[in-house]
Design a protein around this ligand. Structure first.
Ligand code: G3I
Length: 335
């Protein structure tokens, strides 16, 4: 269905990488035309997380996830799975016995194995890549791993086991480690160390997901490039899994803007243009670029870090029209 006037992103970058969007049951309805015209890959924003799929032990709820998978299938789009093990959006029962006491290591590993076999197995014909383990690296300090119930109960081995279960469930799926602040030099080195250790142990891991929750100013292009180079040196493929370019620095808590200024739109165009130019240099290493949404009418950044503050992080505005950033990306891509 070619009703739009502009070039389709997925065609512009056909020789470079998949162009993806995170979606949910609302946006596949409200953004259908935009999604199917510009994107050739989808990720479920929340619907494949542990708490969504298995809110009570053994009582799976696949309806929302199935809807998204059916949409991707209907439109011939690729699909990434997100995510199997995460400290967030997990459920209490997973870590506790019937009396509210922490379960032991064997029980917890048994539960996650069963979850992964069920979920990855169910979607094996539709999902080609999974964010298997999400955000386990500590942001601050010398510790490699973030404190979590996973770490407390199982120890660091939960990471390797999770990848192994996913590989058993679908030997053809590409398995990713996924994290944010991935271009920050300190965290970058820790992510690198973790993945290198996993590879040395023979753990089935095939790629690193750079979430890429960026803004107009940070991280610098030099830091982004250094992160890509460092991760690529492990011989794995890379994907940008959750790209957005917030109009605000992380510590900017302003709430007085109803619309982005011309200047902000121009800055964003400059920034997105430079980012995609850089990413194109790594075709063959970066296999997919997924935005964490598609157009400015719906973004998780409207609630984070300032609840209720509007943000405009995408290439398309709230009416799904191309923004200056879209024009710049397309113009530079063809040079
Ligand atoms: O489940 C309730 C629902 O019942 C209620 O109607 C609704 C009303 O606000 O809230 C719902 O829960 C929200 C959920 O999204 C579904 O909309 C949670 O409060 C909210 O915290 C949750 O936010 C999600 C967030 O992950 C959770 O940490 C965002 O939508 C989602 O975009 C975000 O995605 C994460 C990636 O998975 C991992 N990387 C970072 C990224 C951004 O935080």
């Amino acid at each position: 269905r070619r009703t739009r006037a502009e070039a389709a992103l997925k065609d512009v970058f056909a020789d470079d990488f998949w162009i993806g969007a995170a979606v949910n049951p609302l946006t596949i309805r409200t953004q259908e035309e935009l999604l199917t015209y510009h994107f050739n890959s989808l990720t479920a924003e929340n619907e494949m997380k542990f708490a969504s799929l298995q809110p009570e032990e053994g009582a799976y709820s696949f309806d929302a996830a199935d809807q998204l998978v059916a949409f991707a299938r209907r439109h011939g789009m690729a699909m990434r799975g997100h995510t199997l093990v995460w400290h967030n959006q997990s459920t209490g029962w997973l870590f506790e016995d019937g009396d509210g006491n922490p379960v032991d290591k064997v029980t917890l590993l048994g539960r996650i194995k069963s979850h992964i076999h069920t979920v990855v197995g169910r979607y094996k014909d539709d999902i080609y890549a999974w964010d298997v383990v999400n955000e386990v690296i500590a942001d601050e300090g010398d510790c490699l791993l973030r404190r979590s119930k996973w770490l407390d109960i199982v120890g660091p081995d939960f990471i390797a086991r999770t990848f192994e279960y996913a590989h058993e469930a679908d030997p053809n799926a590409l398995l990713f480690y996924n994290d944010y602040n991935e271009s920050h030099p300190g965290k970058r080195d820790k992510i690198y160390t973790l993945v290198k250790l996993l590879l040395e142990q023979g753990v089935p891991i095939h790629g690193i997901g750079l979430q890429a929750h960026w803004n107009l100013f940070d991280p610098s292009l030099d830091d982004i490039r250094a992160a890509i180079e460092k991760y690529a040196s492990l011989g794995l493929q890379l994907q940008l899994t959750e790209l957005d370019v917030s109009m605000f620095r992380f510590d900017d808590k302003r709430t007085d803007l109803a619309d982005p200024t011309e200047e902000m739109l121009e800055q964003q165009a400059e920034r997105y243009g430079a980012i995609f130019k850089l990413l194109q240099e790594y075709r063959g290493v970066i296999s997919s670029v997924t935005f964490w949404g598609a157009a400015d009418d719906y973004t998780w950044l409207d609630d984070f870090p300032v609840r209720g503050r509007k943000n405009w992080p995408f290439l398309f505005d709230g009416q799904h029209h191309p923004k200056p950033a879209f024009d710049r990306v397309v113009e530079l891509a063809s040079k």
